[in-house]
Design a binder for this molecule. Structure first.
Ligand code: ARG
Length: 458
């Protein structure tokens, strides 16, 4: 088959080279965006009288036909045509004849491929934002049902202070809210149009870049043609945002895995989201959160891959840049899968309230409150800390919790302690008392839930 660029060549391309340099096996994912970009370009060529209006019309119709065929899965792309751009151009010429050859007037694959990726990433980013909102919605659902459910709060994975389960879940809500903001913000830059930068230097034709940008829904054109075809920051930014997002998903997943273990037994994931063991009949494994946690590696890999790829590349286009796509597709698809599973899994998970509520009575996580009790009575906090430390040590030696001690025992450590200490040490009171803004007090958590819901589409 003859090459669209064959004029200068006297030899056929080596078969291995053809295969090695082709990107059609993966960039066919850009097919419909490529057609969208081409239609905007050719429409502009017609309006600017760079080609005849009828020719532009004919080309647009030809592109529509090819789109239909692609959607019906009726085309076979060819490695000899290297990439999606030349495959489509070839199909167009086969479809409508030589006039199809006018499509590429005033354009290069360099601005074309950049345009395609901007269009692709804009659509995918918007889809991912919606999936992320569904996850946030599931978190809100669980939080609403568990404002008064208590679980141990940890630091250093040691019991620290009890918290509302809703408060713990909402912590993830805000992480995802920042992820959503980052993705939304990135759209500003995804919405720059490279189209019309041509190969690198612009073109001699009287093209109208503002018109193509507007037709494609872009907000501005790249002011510099070299930058337009060399820039992959918008993909790097997406991969960075995705890396932070999957890190959050991974932290949440790790907690779900831990909480599902016999040792914690705080939650049970729905059977539909777990799998069994081929040998141990009793097993119910949290495979989904484990895999979510594991997917983090590939997304970080995609980010590192592209950062490394771009480092040290001279302006403008270099063939290295063809390697920018697979990581981008991989991250988009990995996130689509992760978010689609995370929301129903969170929504259907069973919180074992009895177990979580009773677990906070069986520890020393009310010790801070006891120190605060003495401090409120006038003892300097540092001193109170020391006294309660001694009480805790005594209780551990006596194998009891603070609430199992008698007033007489307490008084042996400080005369300031009175009967009212017992109600202060009850876990419900310990949680409820943390009324500071953003704290875990039940009323604060209700306010927080209210605020969270305002960040979701109603
Ligand atoms: N397939 C190429 C890529 O993805 C398209 C741009 C090719 N441009 C070129 N001058 N060879 O990067």
């Amino acid at each position: 088959m003859s090459k669209l660029w064959g004029g200068r060549f006297t030899k056929q391309t080596d078969e291995l080279v053809e295969e090695y340099t082709a990107s059609i096996s993966f960039d066919q994912k850009l097919a419909l965006f490529d057609i969208q970009g081409s239609k905007a370009h050719v429409d502009m060529l017609g309006k600017q009288q760079i080609i005849a209006t009828e020719e532009a019309e004919e080309i647009k119709q030809g592109l529509d036909k090819i789109q239909e065929k692609i959607e019906k899965d009726e085309v076979e792309f060819s490695v000899a045509d290297e990439d999606i751009h030349m495959n489509i151009e070839h199909l167009l010429i086969d479809e409508i004849g030589a006039v199809g050859g006018k499509l590429h007037t005033g354009r290069s694959r360099n601005d074309q491929v950049a345009t395609d990726m901007h269009l692709y990433l804009r659509e995918k980013t918007k889809e991912l934002i919606e999936l992320l909102e569904a996850v946030q919605q599931s978190i809100v659902t669980q939080a609403e049902a568990n404002v008064e459910t208590m679980i141990p709060g940890y630091t250093h994975l040691q019991r620290a202070q009890p918290v509302s389960f809703a408060h713990h879940m909402l912590a993830y809500f805000w992480m995802f809210e920042r992820d959503k903001e980052r993705l939304q913000d990135s759209l500003k830059r995804v919405n720059w149009s490279p189209l019309g930068a041509a190969a690198l230097a612009g073109t001699t034709y009287p093209i109208d870049r503002q018109a193509t940008a507007e037709a494609l829904g872009f907000e501005k054109v790249y002011p510099n043609s070299l930058d337009a075809v060399s820039d992959r920051d918008f993909i790097l930014e997406f991969l960075s945002d995705a890396s932070i997002l999957i890190m959050h998903i991974s932290r949440l997943s790790e907690e779900l895995v831990m909480w599902s273990s016999e040792e914690f037994s705080f939650i049970e994931l729905d059977d539909a989201f777990c799998t069994g063991s081929s040998i141990m009949p009793q097993k119910k494994n949290p495979d989904v959160p484990e895999l979510l946690r594991g997917k983090t590696g590939r997304i970080y890999g995609d980010l590192m891959g592209l950062l490394t790829l771009l480092k040290g590349l001279p302006l403008a286009y270099n063939k290295d840049m063809q390697e920018d796509k697979e990581g981008m597709f991989d991250t988009v698809e990995t996130l689509e899968g992760a978010l689609s599973l995370l929301s129903p899994m969170l929504k259907t998970m069973d919180v074992k309230k009895e177990r979580t509520n009773s677990s906070v009575t069986n520890d020393y996580s009310n010790a801070t409150d006891m120190a605060d009790y003495l401090a409120v009575k006038g003892m300097p906090f540092r001193e109170a800390h020391e006294v309660i430390g001694k009480i805790v040590l005594y209780a551990i030696q006596e194998e009891k919790y603070l609430l199992d001690m008698t007033l007489e025992e307490f008084k042996g450590f400080s005369e300031l302690i009175e009967e009212d200490i017992f109600e202060k040490l009850a876990p419900e009171q310990v949680v409820a008392a943390r009324k500071s803004e953003g704290g875990t007090g039940f009323d604060q958590v209700k306010d927080q839930l209210h605020l969270a819901k305002q960040h979701l589409p109603s």
